[in-house]
Design a binder for this molecule. Structure first.
Ligand code: HAM
Length: 418
């Protein structure tokens, strides 16, 4: 038997209403904030991700699904959506169009991580990218969109954590100081962090290993090395969030696992999620468009993990399934009248179904129950000849006779009123 790949999930029909609902709410909030959908490819040339996410990040070092194309070109399944969106932005010369430009995407991403609850190898993100302004109000817009979206879904115990990563120069001044601090604590760090001192020292700060956290408790903080402009930008973001009544918590350890960030970095976490507690995260990446060959364009965005949202979505938030009609037809005349009725109902937008294997009333009603149909139409040869059928309410068991020709209008009005 062929099985699915580890860390990859099937979303079965009983689960898809949950997913469709989350996607619908995501689209609604994206539209409310003026973001338009972009659909970018699932795979790109590997250098796009290596260059934008950073060659010493976990994603690029060990998590990408990379394979040679038939002509030998190295391709990679997208581990995230920002790099592809920026590539499309540059390739279609969108920088020549009026700013700001606001894109959103929903789709699968791929990372070869160790699978666990809320961490998959194929997962889905809803993300937004806002191009063309350095104004802190854009950061606030993006963060508040994520916050409003997650709050609308009534996800429990959300916390917004925020930090400033400063400008490139700020980090250049800070990193040697951090490195010399980390070297002085080297023996206390895990093997991975010891290696990161040389390759990606900022990441040591958000290592989850308790010994590493203890060893870096009094590490020098980037906040002390922010330029006046970076500090001012951060203050504006914080006060903008406060104006909207969105509470944020400063987290000096929040450095993000992708290298393209500058200034604002944020994460929304939930205590309901266990170890993989980030529901959504993002930040500003003013240097990325230029790094990938475009004209310098400031940008800010986020991505939220749909699996984690689906895990936390309260059942009562899901809309009730649409009422459906079951057509129970018998005999040769009843049978063909039934097929015509099914067609007529569907044509006016009334969901209608039948089980063509059922030959007895009992079997039909059992199927109607199983399919959670609210109404059944009982239609035998006699009814077909007389031009009317019996409508049965499956909940109350009450029945009434209705003209066959009236049934589409009858059900349309009835379901409309539910
Ligand atoms: P990220 O923090 O790598 O950022 O991912 C964003 C979210 O995707 C996470 O908070 C999490 O909910 C979800 N996620 C990530 N990896 C997995 C996984 N293996 N399984 C399940 N869910 C996962 C980015 O991807 C950036 N591109 C966000 C961004 C957009 N920054 C600016 N614009």
């Amino acid at each position: 038997m062929i099985k699915r790949i580890k860390g990859v999930k099937d979303i079965l029909p009983e689960d898809t209403p949950r997913w469709q609902f989350i996607e619908q709410v995501a689209r609604r909030w994206a539209n409310l904030y003026g973001f338009a959908e972009i659909r970018i490819p699932i795979f790109e040339v590997t250098t796009l991700f290596a260059r934008s996410i950073g060659s010493t990040t976990d994603i690029v070092e060990k998590e990408m699904y990379t394979f040679p194309d038939r002509d030998g070109t190295s391709l990679t399944l997208r581990p995230e959506g920002t790099a592809g969106t920026v590539r499309a932005f540059i390739e279609h010369n969108r920088g020549a169009d009026p700013f700001p430009q606001k894109y959103f995407y929903i789709g699968p991403m791929f990372r070869h991580e160790r699978p666990q609850a809320g961490r998959l190898r194929q997962f889905h993100q809803f993300g937004v990218e806002y191009f063309g302004t350095q104004d802190a109000k854009a950061d606030v817009d993006v963060i508040s969109l994520l916050w409003r979206f997650l709050s609308d879904l009534a996800l429990p115990d959300l916390t917004l954590e925020i930090n400033s990563l400063g400008n490139k120069e700020d980090r250049a001044a800070y990193i040697p100081i951090l490195v010399s601090f980390l070297k002085s604590r080297q023996e206390k760090l895990c093997e991975n962090c010891r290696r990161r001192i040389e390759t990606n020292p900022l990441r040591v700060l958000d290592c989850k290993v308790p010994e590493c956290r203890a060893a870096t408790e009094d590490a020098p903080q980037l906040a002390a090395y922010l330029s006046p402009e970076a500090k001012d930008h951060f203050d504006q973001v914080l006060s903008g969030l406060a104006t909207l009544g969105i509470t944020s918590r400063l987290n000096h350890r929040l450095v993000r696992g992708l290298d393209y960030y500058c200034l604002t970095a944020f994460e929304i976490t939930s205590s309901h999620l266990g170890a993989q507690n980030a529901v959504g995260a993002g930040g500003r990446y003013d240097g990325l468009v230029e790094l990938l060959g475009g004209t310098p364009t400031p940008a800010v965005g986020f991505a939220a993990g749909l699996e984690r949202i689906a895990m936390m979505l309260p059942e009562q938030k899901l809309p009730a399934t649409k009422a459906s009609v079951y057509v129970a037809s018998f005999g040769s005349e009843g049978g063909s009248a039934g097929v015509r009725l099914l067609d007529a109902l569907r044509q006016v937008g009334v969901p209608a179904q039948s089980d063509y294997r059922a030959t007895t009333l009992k079997a039909h009603l059992r199927q109607a129950d199983r399919a959670h149909c609210l109404f059944a139409v009982l239609l035998g040869d006699d009814e077909a000849r007389s031009g009317s059928a019996v409508v049965r309410n499956m909940n109350t068991k009450s029945q009434e006779t209705v003209l066959l020709s009236d049934l589409p209008r009858y059900f349309f009005a009835l379901l409309q009123g539910l």
